[in-house]
Each structure stands twice: as structure tokens, then as C-alpha cells.
Design a protein around this ligand. Structure first.
Ligand SMILES: Nc1ncnc2c1ncn2[C@@H]1O[C@H](COP(=O)(O)OS(=O)(=O)O)[C@@H](OP(=O)(O)O)[C@H]1O
Length: 362
């Protein structure tokens, strides 16, 4: 009896260490009566138990900590329509995370021109406990003017870790086009309504952007970036295409950031297998690993992953504004996607070179 109990405790500790600290272990004992499935159950049950204890412990500690206002520890910088909402939706359930007040999207650095200050930026965030993490995401930061946004963020919040999601730029075009249509239908019945289909839009804008910016050229990248940022002001709808020039935009970020403070996330991975990715994001940002891979489950209705709230035992999915085009209901014409693949080829090649690795769609 006593030996049995000791075994259970040993298994519990091994499972706990491997789950929370990534320690791999070799079980030299030969307790053959323990089947794989009961071992798995034990592992996940103990993992959950441990998580609950850590979670509650953190919440208790927070009650005793004095609150004060701070600059963010984590900033999501984009890319628009690549899953920034999903990333922050999953993160916002984390007990240590405090998100910007009023709106998770602060848009401070893309709307304040060259005038910014630590005090003013800090006012967007709530007062938080010392050991909490503060975060915001403004997807426009990555690719919008002014070109000094990376420097401004680095100067204002030097300790912040940045999260950047890059998704297939071809799929991003459809998502952005549909988003612009919705925006204009709702608020500004303007230019996008002229383009009843994506093909109409591309007929007008592909030759124009290609003519002005051309293929990616590493040696001319700063000139190309300037053209793209100028286009943004003069021809806003060109951003549906130019946002996907990731290699170009990344140049300005790499002047101030590197792998240690800017994490590049594959947006297709976020859609197809977000669990392990969210664990990596917590490791990267220093958040205690409390949103576990098993908390993200596929909703057959939504056809996307949702957060399974273990406290309320229910699925928390994103709203209808997310998942409009990549839910399988809206496909791009083959001719359109191959045209766009050609359009982005040199930029994707440049990106692979800059990152030193492939993403699932490059
Ligand atoms: N889990 C989950 N649930 C719902 N949607 C998900 C999810 N993961 C990624 N996505 C994809 O996120 C796309 C929207 O990206 P963003 O949130 O960055 O858009 S925005 O820039 O903030 O408007 C959105 O694009 P559309 O499909 O075009 O709506 C989704 O495909």
C-alpha cells in the first residue's frame, strides 16, 4: 500500500516537472501494470491540478501587491488580419496579464506622429500589481507610417517584448479586402465600394503598386519602404497589398530589435495548431505557463480554435468579425491566388533570408 502511494507521488512529480519545466525523463522502473492511457490521464490530471494551484496562488499574491501604472511588457505590433485578435484573445485569460484600458488597441505610435512621451503612453494602461504583465496590441504599428515607429517604441518602452504574427500574404489580401468592404459599408461608403470583387480591386491596384514599388530589392529596400509609406497617405487602399511586403517592413524593426525582443509567429500555425504556440509565447515573454496547449480546442461551429475556460467550463471563441474568410466559406479564384503568389514571391524570399528560416507558407 505504502509503496503504491509512493509510486503515485513519484509519477505525479515526474509528470509535473516534465509538464511545467520541459524536463524529459526516462522511466527506468518496470511497473508494467500502469497502462499508457492511465499514465496519460494521470499526467493531464496532475498537470491541471498543478495549474490550478499556481493560478490561485498568483491571484492570492496579487491581492497583497500595491498597484501602480507602468509601461507595457508585451506589445503586439501586427500584422493586421494575421490573427492579432486571436493571439490576444488567448492571452487575455492569463491571470498575470493586464491589457490596456478601454481598448486593447492603443494605436499610440501610429497616431501621434513624432510627438510621444512615456507619461502619455502610460496613461493607456491600468494600474497593475508589481508582478503582473502589461500588454497592448496595435496591428498597424508594423507597417504604418511614420517610419520612426520602431525607434519610438524602443525609446519609450525599451523593455517591452514585441510579438509579430506573419501570415500568408496572399490570404491576408482577401481578409483585408473583406475587412475594408465591411468598414466602408458600415461607416464610410467610399472608394472600396467601387471594387465589387477582389479581382476588380486587383485589376486597379496590382499594376499600380508593382509599377511604383516593384519586386523586393534588398539594396533598395529603404527607398522602397519610403515609397510604400508615402503611398499609404495618398492611396490608402494600396495597403491591402503593401502590408504583405513583410521583408520591407521588417528592415525598420531590425534596426532596433532582434530575436531576443521580437518574436515572429507564423499566423498559419496560430490558426491550425495554436496550443503549442501559445505555450512558446508564454515562455518567450516570461509569463508563467498557465494557458496550456490543451486549453485551446477546435470549435466545429466556428471552425477555429477557441479557449476552453476551465473555470467556467465553456468555450470562449472570437466574435463574428473574426474568421470571415479563412473559415472555408470564402475561397480565392486560382488565377487570383497565383497572380498574388507571383506578386509576393521576391518579398517572401527576402523574408526567409532575413529570418534565417522558412514559415509554413514561404
Ligand atoms: N482562433 C481564431 N478564431 C478566429 N479567427 C482567427 C483565429 N485564429 C486566427 N484567426 C484569423 O484572424 C484573422 C483576423 O486577424 P486580426 O485579428 O489580426 O485582424 S485585425 O487586424 O485585428 O482586424 C481572421 O481573418 P478572417 O478569416 O479574414 O476574418 C481569422 O482568419
Amino acid at each position: 500500500m505504502a509503496r503504491g502511494k509512493a509510486y503515485v507521488i513519484t509519477i505525479f512529480l515526474i509528470a509535473f516537472s516534465s509538464a511545467f519545466y520541459g524536463i524529459s525523463y526516462y522511466n527506468a522502473s518496470s511497473e508494467k501494470e500502469i497502462t499508457l492511457s492511465s499514465n496519460e490521464d494521470l499526467t493531464s490530471a496532475s498537470k491541471h491540478k498543478q495549474r490550478v494551484a499556481l493560478w490561485k496562488g498568483l491571484e492570492e499574491n496579487f491581492k497583497n501587491e500595491t498597484k501602480f501604472r507602468r509601461l507595457p511588457d508585451i506589445i503586439g505590433i501586427g500584422v493586421e488580419k494575421c490573427g492579432t485578435g486571436a493571439l490576444f484573445h488567448f492571452l487575455r485569460f492569463h491571470p498575470s496579464l493586464r491589457i490596456a484600458t478601454k481598448n486593447v488597441e492603443v494605436h499610440y505610435f501610429d497616431t501621434h506622429g513624432y510627438k510621444y512621451s512615456k507619461d502619455e503612453y502610460m496613461r493607456f494602461f491600468p494600474e497593475v500589481e508589481k508582478s503582473a504583465f502589461v500588454a497592448e496590441k496595435s496591428p498597424a504599428y508594423f507597417s504604418f507610417p511614420p517610419h520612426t515607429i520602431p525607434k519610438a517604441i524602443h525609446t519609450t518602452a525599451p523593455k517591452a517584448k514585441l510579438l509579430l504574427i506573419l501570415c500568408d500574404p496572399v490570404k491576408r489580401v482577401l481578409s483585408d479586402y473583406v475587412q475594408e468592404q465591411k468598414m466602408y459599408e458600415l461607416r464610410h461608403p467610399r472608394s472600396i465600394t467601387k471594387y465589387a470583387t477582389l479581382e476588380d480591386y486587383l485589376d486597379a491596384y496590382l499594376p499600380l503598386v508593382s509599377g511604383l514599388v516593384g519586386d523586393y530589392n534588398e539594396h533598395k529596400s529603404s527607398q522602397q519602404m519610403r515609397t510604400v509609406l508615402q503611398l499609404h497617405g495618398n492611396l490608402y487602399l494600396s495597403t491591402i497589398l503593401t502590408t504583405g511586403f513583410y521583408a520591407l517592413h521588417l528592415h525598420r524593426w531590425f534596426e532596433y530589435y532582434n530575436n531576443s525582443n521580437l518574436m515572429v509567429i507564423d499566423g498559419e500555425e496560430l490558426i491550425n495548431n495554436p496550443g503549442p504556440l501559445m505555450e512558446k509565447v508564454q515562455d518567450y515573454t516570461g509569463l508563467p505557463k498557465l494557458v496550456l496547449k490543451e486549453d485551446l480546442v477546435m470549435s466545429p461551429e466556428k471552425r477555429f480554435y477557441c479557449y476552453k475556460d476551465w473555470q467556467e467550463n465553456r468555450l470562449r471563441c472570437l466574435g463574428n468579425g473574426k474568421g470571415r474568410t479563412r473559415n472555408g466559406n470564402m475561397e480565392m479564384l486560382n488565377t487570383t491566388s497565383s497572380k498574388l503568389r507571383d506578386f509576393y514571391r521576391s518579398y517572401n524570399e527576402g523574408l526567409v533570408k532575413m529570418l534565417g528560416r522558412n514559415l509554413s507558407w514561404t
